[in-house]
Ligand binder design. Structure first.
Ligand SMILES: Cc1cc2nc3c(=O)[nH]c(=O)nc-3n(C[C@H](O)[C@H](O)[C@H](O)COP(=O)(O)O)c2cc1C
Length: 172
């Protein structure tokens, strides 16, 4: 019998918590919306499916986000699921910048919101509800359209590092 206490990680101080929670492997998405002429885009890994009927998804918006208030209240937003070769796009939308969209491949949806193309998949959402939760807000969206993209392999995030997965090696 192993001594499980040796393997456990105490949750204080905060960096430990980040380290433990970061051991949950996720994909990487770019969340986009439009306010007037401004095209908002933020990299996120807190994306989650919530409900199939009705089809709901969630993302968690940090209070630190400059575009957080605009995203939280936007009537529509989109999710682009990034592919294995799109780390640079993930990094681009994890930083503020005037020329954020320069050289990024995208198309514009019927609602005028930019989505990354190519990508693994794109979801178009109608705002459902936003709930304050600690230093984040949980934003729920109802899917109005879901479309598979041309990229087969997803970009992953694990332990604060990017990783990739060969979809062909998975028994889908
Ligand atoms: C892989 C990855 C995942 C991220 N996930 C989230 C997230 O789920 N929620 C969040 O608020 N910020 C997340 N961030 C940080 C934001 O992308 C970053 O703070 C944001 O782009 C800054 O935008 P701003 O200029 O609007 O403040 C993530 C960053 C990376 C690189």
């Amino acid at each position: 019998m192993g001594d499980s206490s040796q393997d456990s990680v105490r949750l204080n101080p905060l960096p430990d918590l980040r380290q433990v929670l970061g051991r949950f492997a996720t994909g990487v998405v770019v969340v986009t919306a439009r306010t007037g002429n401004e095209h908002l885009a933020v990299t996120m890994n807190s994306f989650s499916s919530v409900s199939l009927d009705p089809p709901l998804i969630s993302i968690c918006l940090g209070k630190h986000l400059r575009c957080g208030p605009a995203l939280e209240t936007a009537p529509h937003f989109c999710i682009s699921i990034l592919g294995a070769g799109q780390r640079a796009i993930s990094q681009r939308f994890a930083k503020a910048g005037d020329k954020a969209w320069e050289d990024v491949p995208y198309r514009t949806t019927e609602l005028g919101i930019r989505v990354i193309e190519p990508s693994v998949a794109v979801l178009e959402c109608r705002r459902h509800i936003a709930v304050k939760a600690g230093d984040h807000s949980i934003l729920l969206g109802e899917l109005t359209l879901a479309r598979l993209g041309d990229l087969p392999d997803p970009l992953l995030f694990f332990g604060s590092q990017y990783a990739t997965l060969n979809a062909a090696s998975c028994s889908l």
